[in-house]
Design a protein around this ligand. Sequence first.
Ligand code: NDP
Length: 293
Amino acid sequence: MTATVIDGKAFAAKVRGKVAEHVARLKSEHGITPGLAVVLVGEDPASQVYVRSKGKQTVEVGMNSYEHRFDADISETELLETIRQLNNDPDVHGILVQLPLPKHLNEDLVINSIDPAKDVDGFHISNVGLLGTGQKSMVPCTPLGCLMMLRDHHGSLSGMDAVVIGRSNIVGKPMAQLLLGDSCTVTIAHSRTKDLAGVVRRADIVVAAVGRPEMVPGDWIKPGATVIDVGINRVDKPEGGTRLVGDCQFDSCAAVAGAITPVPGGVGPMTIACLLANTVTACCRANGLAEPQ
Ligand code: NDP
């Protein structure tokens, strides 16, 4: 292996440490405790795990965690009313609605009912527009975590060729906007891209956000490139049981890349750390205080 393995777990612990320091200052100097409300609808097991983990880490950094759990058959009206109450609650600085929502609920309507200033996931159409026009916004947590790791590893990203595989609203598109904001030359690839291997081979930075286990082999990677693997895929092990793999073939990619994030232990931990950081940012903005850098 030639690649440096980017330790997302350690980096996320550092980010959480800084968040905890900021929270302690907000409490001692201003008597304010940032609060994050998480709304979970239904019994999706993966969502339940994420929500539990978010709640635990929120409390660990000294913030207040509010959980609102609803049965899968909650009406849209009732859900919108809950969000309206959270929007008006001064103790709640961040609101996150765990996706996906059950089919009968209009996801866009629900997300766009969140006060954009409390939209710590950065999915509200106002935040999407602000990000796209290079203005101060709430930035989606997963791409923000990827950007932080890239900046930490490279310093400046200016002029680098970046390929983002995947064009979802929650990862691919905002990731591309962030890389563009850092002056990369950005290509967004997707399921209709022709010669994906050729496109990826040009890249100094590859961000894979597809959801297909180990789709990207090492011979697609330009020697020395940085590979950020967003994918989280559960696959069966030959000996029974399951394991998590990314969208990239770790061993073959690590053999040619300059740096690579592992799965697990790469992008995943950074996502929740960025959620906590966004909540502190939202709290500071709401109170007219200096934001964490
Ligand atoms: P989506 O399913 O919303 O998007 C997947 C994207 O991949 C689509 O744009 C799709 O293209 C593209 N795609 C599918 N097949 C191919 C292919 N053969 N070649 C090229 N592109 C392809 O997924 P998400 O963006 O929500 O998530 C992507 C992955 O990241 C998942 O594994 C998910 O679990 C993980 N994830 C991890 C997070 C973390 O914290 N680490 C957070 C969020 C997601 P098209 O648009 O043409 O269909």
